[in-house]
Design a binder for this molecule. Structure first.
Ligand code: IPE
Ligand code: IPE
Ligand code: MG
Length: 254
């Protein structure tokens, strides 16, 4: 899909409150240029910065980006360690900028696999930015939707075993509250770059009614103009939540 040449104003039509992004295509971007895959990940990190700024400037209050999946641990050791170094660098260097821009950072995923140094940086970054409200940025790291749901099930089973709740008290709401995203609204829009049309274990529970937008653009090439284009397409969608047209408005939470 070509990048839009002009950006029309998207302010007057409802924007998504929460955008989730599967940032895919870094490796192919690098290969097309004869560069090592890590060069694609570096450019991908720059594209992520642009997307974060875009959301902040458009008053989109929640952005969740998929940076490393629980399945990405299967990649060669060199790529995994280069990705972890890049991540560690951004957690150290970029967090002050995010803080200045009013971004509240949260990392979702299995921290136990990330190592003590990164875990420490995550805690510091979250503590520094906790009070910010302009943009809630969630970065999914060592994240898998099935693992997340499995963790929630274990947590609820333990509460039953401890006599805190009865099995009948397990509802969609208690499951929601046991996920990493307990206090975050479900994504309205998922953007996946890089041409694949799949979810790859991202936010499985949360995306029950998310609008899906797939583009062939590789993540390092994804700019604010592409983001605007995705929002414009989102604004054409009619969200029905299983209802019929006349009754659909406002029933998201029903
Ligand atoms: C996405 O780009 C970034 C991560 C999964 C860490 P890829 O590395 O998957 O790039 P492609 O899909 O090989 O082009
Ligand atoms: C999904 O991309 C994960 C991230 C973008 C972090 P992958 O490249 O890992 O997805 P698959 O393997 O093609 O499904
Ligand atoms: Mg990929």
């Amino acid at each position: 899909m070509p990048a839009p040449t002009s950006i029309t104003d998207v302010e007057n039509v409802p924007l998504p409150r929460h955008v989730a992004i599967i940032m895919d295509g870094n490796g192919r971007w690098a290969r097309a240029r004869g560069l090592p895959r890590i060069a694609g990940h570096r450019r991908g990190a720059e594209a992520a910065k642009e997307a974060i700024r875009f959301c902040a400037s458009r008053n989109i209050p929640y952005l969740t980006i998929y940076a490393f999946s629980s399945e990405n641990w299967k990649r060669p050791d060199t790529e995994v360690s280069e990705l972890m170094q890049l991540l560690s660098f951004y957690l150290g260097e970029q967090v002050k900028d995010l803080h200045r821009e009013g971004v509240c950072l949260r990392i979702i995923g299995d921290r136990s696999r990330l190592g003590a140094t990164i875990a420490q940086k995550i805690e510091e970054a979250e503590a520094l930015t906790r009070g910010n409200t302009r943009l809630h940025l969630n970065v999914a790291l060592s994240y898998g939707g099935r693992q997340e749901i499995g963790g929630a099930v274990r947590q609820l089973a333990e509460r039953v075993r401890n006599g805190e709740i009865a099995p009948e008290q397990i509802t969609e709401a208690t499951i929601h509250d046991a996920l990493y995203t307990a206090d975050i609204p479900d994504p309205d829009l998922l953007i996946r770059t890089g041409g694949e049309q799949r979810i790859s274990n991202f936010l499985l529970w949360q995306m029950a009614y998310t609008e899906l937008y797939f583009t062939d653009t590789l993540w390092p090439d994804f700019t604010s103009a592409h983001f605007t284009y995705a929002l414009q397409e989102y604004q054409q969608r009619e969200r029905r939540y299983g209802s019929i047209r006349e009754h659909a408005a406002g029933e998201a939470a029903a």
